[in-house]
Each structure stands twice: as C-alpha cells, then as structure tokens.
Design a binder for this molecule. Structure first.
Ligand SMILES: Nc1nc2c(ncn2[C@@H]2O[C@H](COP(=O)(O)OP(=O)(O)OP(=O)(O)O)[C@@H](O)[C@H]2O)c(=O)[nH]1
Ligand SMILES: [Mg+2]
Length: 384
C-alpha cells in the first residue's frame, strides 16, 4: 500500500477468504496467548519464514478477511514478505486493483466515480485533477444520467452528436490530465538544446557551437499551465552527415524518427539568423501529418531567413531567442493553442479512460435507442 521507497514503516495489505490461513503460516504473535485475529485488534509479532525471523511487525485486523501488515520500511524487507506471502498462496495485485475492489464493494459509487478515484493519482497537473473530479457528480456522469432520464424526449442523433463532442473535448483533456510530449527537432545547431534548457529552467542538455552536439536524446519536464510538458531534445538531422560520423549519425537519426512517431507535438526549431536551408527530406515526411509549431530561433541576431521558402504545411513561424528568452511567451501560448488546451473549461464532460472512450465511440455508431441505453448504462455501471 505504501510507495516503493525507503520509509519508517511500510504497509502490506492482505485480503481474501484464505488471508487468515496464510497469515497463520507466517505471523507469530508476541506473548503466549493464542490469537483470534478479531476485527479491530492490533497484534504485535514477527513475520517468519519457517524458523527464520524476517521482521518484527504489527498486524492490523481490519475485517474478517482483511489484514494490514505494518513492517519496517526497507524495500528489501517488503520484497521478502511479499515473496513469502506468494509462497503461501497469496497472489499479487496492484494497489489500484485493491482500491477498485474496495470501492466497488461499497456500492456508493458508479463506475465513472471509481475510475475517477483511480485516475486522480495519475494526473500530472492540478487542472487535470479538477477535470477528473468534475466527472463524478457532474460532467460525464451527469451527462450519461441525463441521456437515460430523458431517453423518451431526446433524439438518438442528439445523443450521438453529444458523444462526438465529448470525444473531441477529451483529446485536449487527456493532454491536461496525463501530460503532453513534445519533441524538439530541426537542423543541427539551430538552438534546440538551448531552448530545452530555457524551458526546463536548468542546464539539462549540452550546448556548443559545434554542429551535432546532441546525439543521445535528452528529456526534461516543464509546466506550461494547464499542461505538464515532457520535452525531448533530439539530434539535429542533416542531409549530408560527415563520413567518420556516419554510424553515430545513423543511430541518432533512427532514435529521432522513433521519437517523432510517438509524440503529441513537434517543435521544429530553425536558425532564423541563417539562410533558409533545405530541410531534411525524411524529417519532413515524418512530421507532415503531425501537430507542428515552427520556431525561428536566434531572433537576437540579424535575420536572413526567408520564411516563404518553408514547406506549405508549416504554420507561420514563432520568432524567439532561446539564448535571451524573448518570444517564449508567444511560444507557450502557441503550444496551448495548438494543443486545444487554452481556455479549456474544466467543468465540461470528458472521458478519461480507454473503457469510457470505447463506449462513447460505440455510442456514436449506434443505430437504435435501446442500444444507446444499454451502452450508457454500461458507461455508468459497467466493470471497471
Ligand atoms: N545568438 C543566439 N545564439 C543561439 C541561440 N540559441 C542557441 N544559440 C547558439 O547556437 C549554438 C547551437 O546551440 P544548441 O542549442 O547546441 O543547438 P542544437 O540545435 O541543440 O544543436 P545540435 O545538438 O548540434 O543539433 C550555440 O552556440 C548556442 O549558444 C539564440 O537564440 N541566439
Ligand atoms: Mg543539441
């Protein structure tokens, strides 16, 4: 139940029909009286593997089938106790599975509320936690309940249109809740690493005036409220790598293209103080169907860059100086704008799990009202 780091105490929860039988094999109470494992009792004793003492612990008897072992907080001790429990037949579940089971047993919450409580722990920003909290009594729960309550009056087309809107809103919501990943790419020496360092607020990546400084990719996180942005700085891509560097160049290129495939946003960083160079062909191919922000860097130097020569699919460039920090506000606004997260209404209904997304997608394709009712009921009360 506790984190994986070192602490004073760690807690291991054991539950299920045979929990007591397993405990009797590994827990030896202090004192001579036989133990009853009565709910409410807190027992002092040792965890033992046969005759070998693993740790002195307290055992909280939380219910007839639920117990909490409070051991010393060294992760190695926790690991040994977990293995011992496994040896005696306990199976390992994640804290999330346990929470889901506990909440479901209480029958107080609908499925969306349980999913919200689980998702809360993963949200990357405070705005993300608010979006999720808003889906419990209001938001998605309320919308689904309104569909069910008004099923006689509301048309199927209206429900489908609303489901489409919720799915659309959810794309930006997901970025706010779970974070946005952006890659810094472009020709060598354009200032990608300088920009990463500026946005991260510290010197994460090495900066030099030598082309090809960055080879391995470098990651840093920065807050561009309401977003938590993971920035990935990559090797500059050059059409003609120099001969002795070719193997390293090739490996760096492969890594960059792999990263480009999985990011939400591309920041194409170009040197605005030089002439508009020919962009790498493979790079263009990779990014042409992605969300791209063109960044013209080094605006503190006289500009010789002819933006008219840029490929047509690229948007109007944002001019910045990563070295002096000018234009950064415009850049962060453009990141919010492009990701659809600017002025995002945290109260609106959105989906935040794959299960919800699948059901809403099914809803957009449904032909009959009774099918819509069953999907909506599933949305509210289906299996977590
Ligand atoms: N004048 C000026 N120089 C800059 C600016 N941004 C970066 N530079 C300089 O440009 C050079 C290259 O900067 P880097 O950040 O290493 O460039 P990069 O794109 O990461 O280069 P590679 O890793 O080789 O692809 C360094 O000498 C920086 O100091 C800027 O806004 N203005
Ligand atoms: Mg670099």
């Amino acid at each position: 139940m506790t984190g994986k780091g070192t602490g004073a105490i760690s807690t291991i929860e054991i539950f299920g029909d045979c929990a007591q039988d397993v405990l009797r094999k590994i827990f030896e109470p202090a004192g001579t009286r036989p133990v009853q494992f009565k709910p409410g009792d807190i027992l002092l004793g040792t965890i033992r593997d046969d005759v070998e003492v693993i740790d002195q612990v307290t055992l909280g008897c939380e219910g007839p089938d639920t117990f909490a072992i409070h051991c010393h907080g060294n992760p190695l001790i926790v690991e040994v106790i977990m293995q011992l429990l496994g040896k005696h037949g306990a199976s390992l579940v994640t804290a999330e599975q346990l929470l889901a089971k506990t909440l479901a047993a209480q029958e107080l919450f609908n499925t969306i509320a349980i999913e919200a409580k689980l998702a809360q722990t993963k949200a990357k920003t405070i705005e993300g936690t608010k979006i999720i909290a808003n889906q419990i009594g209001a938001g998605l729960s309320e919308k689904a309940q309104t569909w069910l309550d008004g099923i006689e009056e509301v048309s199927l087309d209206q429900i489908k249109a609303e489901a489409v809107r919720i799915l659309r809103q959810s794309q930006a919501a997901r970025l706010i809740m779970y974070g946005l990943t952006a890659v810094l790419t472009g020709p060598p020496n354009s200032g990608k690493s300088t920009l990463l360092n500026f946005l991260a607020g510290r010197q994460k990546a090495i900066v030099t005036d030598i082309k090809g400084t960055t080879r391995d990719w470098v990651e840093a996180t920065c807050q561009i409220a309401p977003l938590s942005v993971t920035l990935i700085d990559t090797a500059g891509l050059d059409e003609q790598p120099s001969e002795p560097q070719r193997t390293v160049e090739q490996a760096a290129r492969e890594k960059t293209t792999e990263i480009l495939d999985r990011v939400d946003l591309v920041l194409l960083v170009l040197d605005g103080s030089g002439p508009a160079e020919e962009l790498d062909g493979e790079l263009i191919e990779r990014i042409c169907d992605k969300q791209v922000i063109t960044v013209l860097n080094k605006s503190d130097l006289p500009g010789r860059f002819d933006a008219g020569r840029l490929p047509k699919f690229l948007s109007e460039p944002v001019r910045i100086s990563a070295k002096e920090g000018t234009g950064i506000k415009h850049l962060t606004e453009t990141i919010r704008q492009t990701s659809g997260t600017i002025d995002f209404n945290l109260q609106q209904p959105v989906c935040f799990t794959d299960r919800q997304e699948n059901l809403l997608t099914q809803l957009t394709n449904t032909e009959f009202k009774r099918q819509a009712v069953s999907i909506t009921m599933d949305l509210l009360d289906g299996q977590v």
